[in-house]
Design a protein around this ligand. Structure first.
Ligand SMILES: *[C@@H]1O[C@H](CO)[C@@H](O)[C@H](O)[C@H]1NC(C)=O
Ligand SMILES: *[C@@H]1O[C@H](CO)[C@@H](O)[C@H](O)[C@H]1NC(C)=O
Ligand SMILES: *[C@@H]1O[C@H](CO)[C@@H](O)[C@H](O)[C@H]1NC(C)=O
Ligand SMILES: *[C@@H]1O[C@H](CO)[C@@H](O)[C@H](O)[C@H]1NC(C)=O
Ligand SMILES: *[C@@H]1O[C@H](CO)[C@@H](O)[C@H](O)[C@H]1NC(C)=O
Ligand SMILES: *[C@@H]1O[C@H](CO)[C@@H](O)[C@H](O)[C@H]1NC(C)=O
Ligand SMILES: *[C@@H]1O[C@H](CO)[C@@H](O)[C@H](O)[C@H]1NC(C)=O
Ligand SMILES: *[C@@H]1O[C@H](CO)[C@@H](O)[C@H](O)[C@H]1NC(C)=O
Length: 366
């Protein structure tokens, strides 16, 4: 009993002492993970730097592979991350629902390793060297509990097929992906988040993303697209396209997205002449990021837009028409934050009538 008490104290100290620690390779694709403790999800995604693993080994009666740590308070979590593992050589306990393998040196993931883990809910293998032909997922289709599959920062060359239909998040950022396996998404009607930034995609064909009827967030920044891709899932609310090289944005580039709220097009080489005046005329838009492009004039945006980022362009002139087609008691811009810093204009260049248009503005940066 005394030992246990001591251990709990150590554990609490561990949480306090390292909470400020920032570990850059634990960003899980840059989108935070919302943890639902009511579902029994573990509240940490790695034990590294938190608790002395020897303590668990001494106190946990459950079977635990030598390559992993098994905390008593999350009996269904298996922490095998950040320890130079090359091959998973031991049997993993069947109770495992949350499997952490990130930050190792794993180059292949044979199906036999996962076959018995029928209750698997999370599979996290970020920061390894897994190649597409060494990832045997085809048979995961029977793992009906799998909700999150993260494989950011690996060596994948295509989006894997065979993921189970209940999947909610697929994070594949910073791989070498240039293609989609045929029908990869056809059964994933519950997928809400798909991260593919930092890959080598050039095009998206009509059937590639078919099936993603509930996709909310799609990040395809930092790929090799030369034009805004077509055939994106129409339910998307957050669309991140930054850091591609687009020649322009057409009138219908974003047509068909009925609920698009957050659009990021930063660092895409956009010029004012290539941006159609109606390209962003979508009343659902809340936030638009056009920073670090080559725009010379303010683009035309919907009056309902609340956040507009235009920093780091070459804008020389502020045109009120961009924000308000007309100004009246009921017609004004809902803009709250407007960034124009890092352009070629000063506060003095704002036309005298701008305040009647940008009536509810909270901050402007020039
Ligand atoms: C991973 O493997 C490579 C060679 O395959 C080696 O150079 C490197 O040190 C290994 N990293 C770890 C953390 O073991
Ligand atoms: C890991 O498995 C690969 C083949 O899958 C093998 O070439 C390598 O030697 C193994 N490494 C260790 C440390 O067992
Ligand atoms: C899977 O479970 C079966 C039956 O319980 C067992 O015989 C087999 O060794 C297990 N395989 C692994 C890789 O754990
Ligand atoms: C998946 O389940 C089906 C039906 O229960 C079974 O026929 C099939 O062999 C299973 N596949 C694998 C790879 O376990
Ligand atoms: C998708 O989610 C709904 C609602 O949570 C659920 O009823 C359904 O079973 C899920 N589909 C699959 C294939 O898991
Ligand atoms: C932009 O994408 C390129 C690859 O297309 C990548 O090398 C670079 O790091 C990305 N830049 C940022 C800021 O993400
Ligand atoms: C924006 O689209 C609406 C129809 O959805 C249209 O009535 C309006 O004229 C358009 N505005 C601009 C500035 O093109
Ligand atoms: C502002 O934009 C409108 C529509 O694009 C254009 O007709 C007008 O000439 C512009 N005003 C100035 C001062 O450039």
């Amino acid at each position: 009993m005394a030992l246990l008490f001591c251990g709990v104290l150590v554990l609490l100290c561990g949480f306090d002492g390292t909470s400020a620690l920032v570990i850059s390779d634990m960003d899980y694709g840059g989108v935070p993970l919302w943890i639902n403790r009511l579902l029994g999800e573990p509240s940490v995604l790695s034990l590294r730097g938190r608790i002395d693993p020897a303590w668990f080994r001494a106190n946990n009666p459950q079977v635990c592979p030598e390559q992993c740590d098994c905390p008593i308070h999350w009996p269904t979590s298996l922490y095998c991350d950040h320890r130079g593992v090359e091959n998973i050589t031991e049997k993993l306990p069947q109770r495992t629902q949350y499997l952490f393998l990130q930050g190792n040196n794993i180059s292949s993931l044979p199906y036999s390793v996962l076959a018995n883990l029928t209750g698997l809910r999370w599979l996290i293998i970020d920061n390894n060297q897994i190649k597409s032909d060494k990832l045997e997922l085809a048979s995961l289709q029977n793992h009906t509990q799998l909700r999150y599959f993260f494989a950011n920062h690996n060596h994948l060359t295509s989006v894997p097929a065979g993921l189970p239909a209940g999947l909610k998040q697929l994070r594949l950022a910073n791989n070498r992906i240039s293609s989609f396996s045929p029908g990869a998404f056809q059964d994933l009607q519950n997928l809400t988040l798909l991260l593919l930034q930092g890959n080598r995609l050039r095009t998206i064909a009509e059937g590639d993303l078919k099936g993603l009827v509930q996709l909310n967030l799609l990040d395809i920044s930092g790929n090799l697209f030369a034009a805004v891709p077509r055939h994106l899932p129409p339910a998307v609310q957050q669309l991140y396209l930054s850091n591609n090289s687009f020649s322009g944005v057409d009138k219908d580039s974003f047509e068909g997205f009925l609920d698009l709220k957050y659009l990021r097009l930063s660092d895409c080489g956009l010029q004012s002449s290539g941006v159609h005046p109606q390209a962003f005329n979508h009343s659902s838009l809340v936030e638009l990021d056009l920073s670090y492009n080559k725009l010379t004039t303010t683009p035309t945006v919907p009056t309902a837009l609340q956040y507009l980022y235009l920093e780091g362009n070459k804008i020389q002139e502020f045109n009120v028409t961009s924000f308000c087609r007309e100004v009246g008691p009921l017609s004004y811009s809902r803009m709250k934050i407007l960034r124009l810093d890092g352009n070629r204009m000063t506060y003095n260049q704002l036309p005298p009538d701008w305040v009647y248009c940008l009536r509810v503005l909270q901050r402007i940066y020039i």
